[in-house]
Design a protein. Structure first.
Length: 226
């Protein structure tokens, strides 16, 4: 799917929550409305709610703005079989596998795919169309570049059982093969082979994975329990 074209074709929305008192029965088009006597809670686009706010019968109101001129809704996570902690931002068309974990402050952009049992740690940024396999750990503050803008034919691809350290950066078009380890703070500009450990700026191979590496980078699958 051409997500850039999809976004360009969408109408901008400013989502607000409005609390108001009115002695008159009010009608809000295309909004979610909760009413009790003279008290309303209205959730919807600001432009549609504004049309009503200047009615003489409205005694008082308060607006909470959730986002401004957005063109992509957030993912509906009700039926996602994963652990998603408060403060994660996950946009529409993201796919999240069973028992994955998305921690506080993580951002996952449109069209990304997260495999089952993978963890996206705090404040990690997963760009548009990034593909992450099973049982991966993406460290806190890591950035996996998207291909929405600037456009690129090939997204970041992370295969199964990969560990990416905190604050690492993976540039667009890079593939990280299975069982590889990217050290904290590395900047990865080219493909990483299976069972290798890379680090540095730009990243280079530091060694082949060994038992010591496996011990220090192993996953705690109990954290994936729902």
């Amino acid at each position: 799917m051409d997500y850039a074209n999809y976004i360009a074709l969408q109408s901008s929305k400013t989502l607000v929550k409005c609390y108001l008192n009115s002695c008159k029965d009010l009608t809000f088009d295309d909004c979610k409305v909760f009413k009790s006597d003279t008290f309303y809670i209205v959730i919807g686009d600001l432009n549609k709610i504004k049309k009503i706010l200047h009615e003489q019968e409205i005694e008082d109101y308060y607006l909470e703005v959730n986002y401004k001129n957005s063109k992509v809704d957030l993912l509906d996570i009700q039926d996602v079989n994963a652990r998603i902690e408060p403060g994660a931002i996950i946009r529409k068309f993201v796919e999240i596998g069973d028992n994955a974990v998305v921690m506080m402050g993580a951002v996952i952009n449109i069209g990304a795919k997260i495999g089952e049992l993978s963890m996206i740690d705090m404040n990690a940024v997963i760009g548009s169309k990034v593909i992450i396999g099973k049982r991966c750990h993406i460290g806190a503050g890591a950035v996996l570049a998207g291909v929405l803008e600037p456009p690129s034919a090939k997204p970041v691809v992370v295969l199964d059982d990969v560990v990416i350290g905190a604050n690492a950066v993976i540039l667009e078009g890079v593939t990280i093969e299975s069982n590889a380890v990217v050290a904290a703070g590395a900047v990865v500009t080219k493909d990483v082979l299976s069972n290798t450990v890379v680090g540095g700026i730009p990243a280079k191979v530091l060694k082949i994975k060994d038992n010591k590496t496996n011990e220090s980078t192993g996953l705690d699958l109990s954290l994936r329990n729902l």
